[in-house]
Design a protein around this ligand. Structure first.
Ligand code: ADP
Length: 533
């Protein structure tokens, strides 16, 4: 780039006889101007993209010049505008004006930082309100011996939606606090990194710790030293895996007494699956544990009683049976009536002995449940054993049993044997007089269980009794005399099946036969699954 200046040189007659030209290389100046324009354009683009608006305050003229974006933001129309300073400030919401003025006064101090950073509302005609985040830099110059503010560059951004969100969040947090404070439990929440940042009032009342002292890991001071490690390990595991947290631990009360708590927490996730917070409760279970321990003791006593009572009672019963048999065999003087009575005594004592033996099985089924480790059991083998034990009855009633291929289940073989023996035994026992017993065992895989269905063609069970037959000592056909039993077989089956997380039920029509369904685990169940339904 060149700047060229040309001047004519004239003679005394005024004629141009020469031309003088001076050329200057101005490439550098032009480049600088171009770069300046480009950077200004970039700045405007950046300001626009960032949703910022610019305004310049001139302290000397007392006016503010606003770019189109700023004019729009402050409600001065669509194009760039210069307005008196007072008019510009009058847009500020009355409730925020004092705060803004204090900030401006501080920024105008020629020896201060000259910087304002403030969020304030502006009000529009018609009552609309918007939130702005304003940053301004004041420039001072020396005028004579005085230093005075001359200009301020103002950058503003509309943060209305951010403020609304913030207020909503604050409202939510307040609602959460109210809810947490109204709960009888100790409620807490933690950040995704595991930092406990919030406890409810109940926590403060129980522990005597302040909210501030409970933050982070401060709360662990009330945990019983013996429980701290397991509590910590489980918490770290939950944070790592995002799985719910559950642990029992003792917390020290403000008066120094420790009580047992059940501590639970669930992760709260964002739409993308990220954990944003943990919410937890600690529930006082001291009373439950005390009652549980007392119940356990009472249960143990009861089991002990059942064991010894049935053992001790069975031996005199055996003696009664043997003596009555001996009398029948050896006493030739007995008349018919006396013999009948002796047979009655013998059968009653055998029935009593069966009842005791079933009671023992029932008690053992619950006693051994927690001690028995489930293992894979081949149902085919157990079925063969059970049907061998029933061979006599099968022959007597000309029975036939058909079955699907039998699978492997996860439980104790003894328990499976008891279930098969009771259900197959009943299917044969409650047969019709005029038909040979036919039994079928169907097997179906359902999720993590095998569902067995033992169908017979016997006398059936009325609908209203179909739940009751699983209760202790319920016998529907006892009055008919011919069906011997104790009313414990199905109760034993239910106890066993439910302890393995399964279910047992019956479908039946009187005169049409019955189908007993039950589900047993097809695979190893997690510990605890076997203790419930
Ligand atoms: P029981 O020792 O009397 O057989 P259970 O507990 O095994 O005791 O059965 C309870 C009652 O349920 C029986 O007395 C009988 O009335 C009825 N019951 C059980 N199984 C069958 C079946 N397959 N068909 C008809 N009734 C049955």
């Amino acid at each position: 780039w060149w700047n060229v200046m040309v001047a004519p040189v004239r003679n005394h007659a005024g004629e141009v006889y020469r031309i003088i030209s001076v050329s200057r290389d101005i490439t550098e100046r032009m480049e600088t101007q171009r770069a300046l324009k480009a950077s200004e354009a970039k700045l405007h683009l950046g300001v626009d993209v960032a949703g910022l608006a610019l305004a310049e305050l001139n302290f000397t003229s007392g006016t503010v010049h606003l770019t189109p974006a700023a004019a729009r933001m402050y409600g001065f129309g669509e194009s760039a505008v210069t307005v008196p300073r007072e008019l510009f400030h009058s847009k500020c919401h009355p409730d925020d004006r004092k705060r803004l003025e204090t900030n401006i006064a501080a920024a105008m101090d020629p020896y201060g930082k000259g910087w304002i950073g403030v969020d304030h509302r502006i009000s529009f005609s018609g009552g609309a309100v918007r939130w702005l985040r304003v940053r301004a830099q004041v420039t001072c110059e020396d005028v004579g011996s005085e230093r005075r503010p001359v200009r301020a560059m103002i950058v503003a951004m509309d943060i209305t939606s951010e403020k609304h969100l913030e207020m909503e969040l604050r409202g939510n947090e307040q609602r959460f606090r109210q809810l947490a404070d109204s709960m009888p439990q100790l409620v807490w929440s933690a950040r995704p990194d595991g930092f406990w940042d919030l406890h409810n009032q109940r926590w403060v009342e129980y522990t005597g710790l302040s909210l501030e002292d409970s933050k982070g890991t401060g709360w662990t001071i009330v945990v019983h030293p013996d429980d701290l490690q397991i509590l910590h390990e489980k918490w770290i595991l939950s944070l790592k895996t995002g799985q719910s947290y559950e642990v029992e631990s003792r917390y020290r009360r403000h008066d120094g007494e420790y009580r047992w708590f059940l501590i639970r927490a669930v992760p709260v996730k964002a739409a993308d699956g990220r954990i944003v917070r943990w919410f937890g409760t600690s529930t006082d279970i001291e009373e439950n544990r005390r009652l549980g321990a007392a119940l356990q003791l009472a249960n143990d006593d009861l089991k002990h009683f059942v064991f010894s009572a049935s053992h001790d009672l069975r031996s005199p019963l055996r003696t009664i049976t043997i003596f009555s048999q001996l009398i029948q065999r050896n006493d030739t003087q007995l008349d018919e009536n006396a013999r009948k009575l002796l047979v009655g005594i013998e059968q009653t004592s055998i029935g009593m002995s069966d009842l005791l033996s079933n009671l023992l099985t029932y008690a053992e089924a619950s006693e051994s449940m927690n001690l028995t480790v489930a293992a894979p059991v081949d149902c085919q083998q157990v079925f063969e054993r059970a049907s061998a034990a029933l061979a006599g009855v099968m022959k007597e009633c000309n029975a036939s049993i058909t079955y699907d291929p039998l699978p492997v289940v996860w439980m104790s073989a003894t328990h499976l044997d008891q279930v098969f023996q009771n259900l197959l035994g009943n299917a044969l026992k409650y047969r019709k007089d005029d038909e040979p017993a036919q039994v079928n065992i169907a097997v179906l895989r359902e999720d993590r269980h095998w569902r067995f269905s033992i169908r017979d063609n016997g006398i059936g069970i009325k609908r209203e009794y179909q739940d009751q037959v699983f209760k202790l000592f319920t016998r529907l056909h006892a009055s008919e005399g011919k069906y011997k039993g104790t009313g414990l077989g199905l109760a034993i089956c239910r106890r066993i099946v439910e302890k393995y997380g399964g279910r047992i039920w019956v479908e039946s029509e009187p005169g049409q036969g019955s189908t007993f369904h039950f589900k047993l685990p097809a695979e190893e169940m997690a510990r605890g699954a076997a203790s419930g339904r």
